[in-house]
Structure formats: C-alpha cells, structure tokens
Design a protein around this ligand. Structure first.
Ligand code: AP5
Length: 210
C-alpha cells in the first residue's frame, strides 16, 4: 500500500474532497497547504498576513514560505504515518524540496475539464471551522448554509469568485501542470478522470492507493 501520496490536479478537481475521504478511510494524515494558509489568514499570523494578498488574487504564495511551513509539518509526523499532500507541491521547486525530506510513493492526478472546474468552484461553499466543502448542486449540506459536521455557517471563499477562478486555472497551467511530467518521469504518476460522482471517483482513488 502507498503511504506517501501527493494529490495533483487543478483547482476544484476534488483534491480536498477525495483527500479527506481517503484520510478517514486509511487513517492517514492529510496536509492541505490551502487549509493551513486560510487558517493563518483568519488568525492574522505573520504567515497569514504575507499570504493573503497572493491568495486573494489566485496567485501562488512564494515558495520559501510554503517550503518552510511544510518542512515543519513533515518533521512533526510520527515515523511510519501515512500522509496525503493536498495542494503541495505546486511548483518544481516545492517538489524538489519535498523529495529531499520524504519519498513520494504515488502522485495521483485528478483530471477535470475547465468548464466543470468553474462550475464546481463558483458553487462551492466551505466551512470556516472544520474546512468541510460542499457544492450547492452536487453535494449540498443537509440544512442550507450550515455545515453538516460542526454546525458552523458556510461561506464562499474569496478566491472562488469567477474572475479569480480563471486566474487560478492559468496559474495552475503555468506552475503546477509541469509536475505531471515530473512525477511521470519518476514512475510515480497515476491519472484518474475526476468527473463522475464523488463515490465513483473515490473507488478509483482507493484502487490506485491499495
Ligand atoms: P487550495 O485551497 O489548495 O486551492 P486549490 O488547489 O485551488 O484547490 P481547491 O481547494 O480550490 O480545490 P480542490 O481540488 O481541493 O477541490 P474540492 O475537493 O474542494 O489553495 C488556495 C490558495 O492557497 C492558492 O490559490 C494559493 O494562493 C495558496 N496555496 C495553497 N497551496 C500552495 C502551495 N503549495 N504553494 C503556493 N501557494 C499555495 O472540490 C471543489 C468543489 O467541487 C466542491 O464544491 C466539491 O463539493 C465539488 N466536488 C468535488 N468532487 C466532485 C465531483 N466528483 N462531482 C461534483 N462536484 C464535486
């Protein structure tokens, strides 16, 4: 079984949704740089203050900030813990830094077309407390506007407005897409079509990991 997994894929491809399910199923730790950065912004930490402007425009936060953050997180993992990286690495420099710290067993690439991505992101709603994600049509909460898991009020991420979404897709193509080839060359890549129901895709994800 693969124990160190990188989830690749454009914004909205389902990395968070599938990573969360996989983490629960296998008891793996999920490390999401997006969730960590949003928490830092909410808490007004020095990292959050630096990251906010980049995130709001859909740009990437500078590599040195992200690499330092993840080095600390990786160092704090218990030996032998299964880990799922969600949203990291996002550049070749980040991938090299990760490779210096830990051996990646699998890079799982979720492939979804742009029009589906825009629909998913602009209708996503997120829980500020537990980071659960919903979709107004595909995966709505039981009670409108309220998180099923913790009862908090859901919100729309600032970077899920259509204009910012288009920039995030551009940034993904320029900076993160090269990682598909990067992990392919290392013989670590598997690509899954990320369109279909969340449960259907999860079956494919599990097959790739087990
Ligand atoms: P981050 O939070 O990582 O955003 P992202 O990569 O753009 O990914 P998303 O969270 O938007 O999408 P996802 O693939 O997790 O999809 P989800 O499961 O939510 O990063 C945000 C920002 O932080 C970046 O722009 C950057 O500024 C910064 N950042 C983060 N990491 C960084 C790094 N390493 N380096 C530099 N900067 C960094 O699903 C999306 C929606 O679709 C949901 O509504 C969901 O319910 C729905 N959905 C999921 N699966 C399906 C399905 N099969 N069918 C229908 N709907 C579905």
């Amino acid at each position: 079984m693969k124990r160190t997994i990188v989830l690749l894929g454009p914004p909205g491809s389902g990395k968070g949704t599938q990573g969360e399910k996989l983490g629960q199923e296998l008891g793996y730790v999920r490390l999401s740089t997006g969730d960590m950065l949003r928490e830092a912004v909410r808490n007004g930490t020095p990292l959050g203050l630096k990251a906010k402007e980049y995130m709001d425009s859909g740009a990437l936060v500078p590599n040195d900030l992200i690499i330092n953050l993840m080095k600390e997180k990786i160092a704090s993992l218990r030996a032998g813990t299964g880990v799922i990286f969600d949203g990291f690495p996002r550049t070749v420099e980040q991938a090299d830094a990760l490779g210096e710290q830990i051996d990646v067993d699998l890079a799982l690439n979720l492939d979804v077309n742009d029009s589906e991505l825009v629909n998913r992101l602009t209708k996503r709603r997120t829980c500020p407390e537990c980071n659960a994600v919903y979709h107004l049509d595909y995966n709505p909460p039981k009670k409108s506007g309220i998180c099923d898991k913790c009862g908090s009020e859901l919100y729309q991420r600032d970077d899920d407005k259509e204009e910012t979404v288009m920039n995030r897709l551009k940034v993904y193509r320029e900076n993160t897409m090269p990682l598909i080839e990067y992990y392919e060359k290392k013989g670590k890549l598997q690509t899954i079509m990320g369109v279909g129901s969340i449960d259907e895709i999860f079956e494919k994800v599990k097959k790739a990991v087990l």
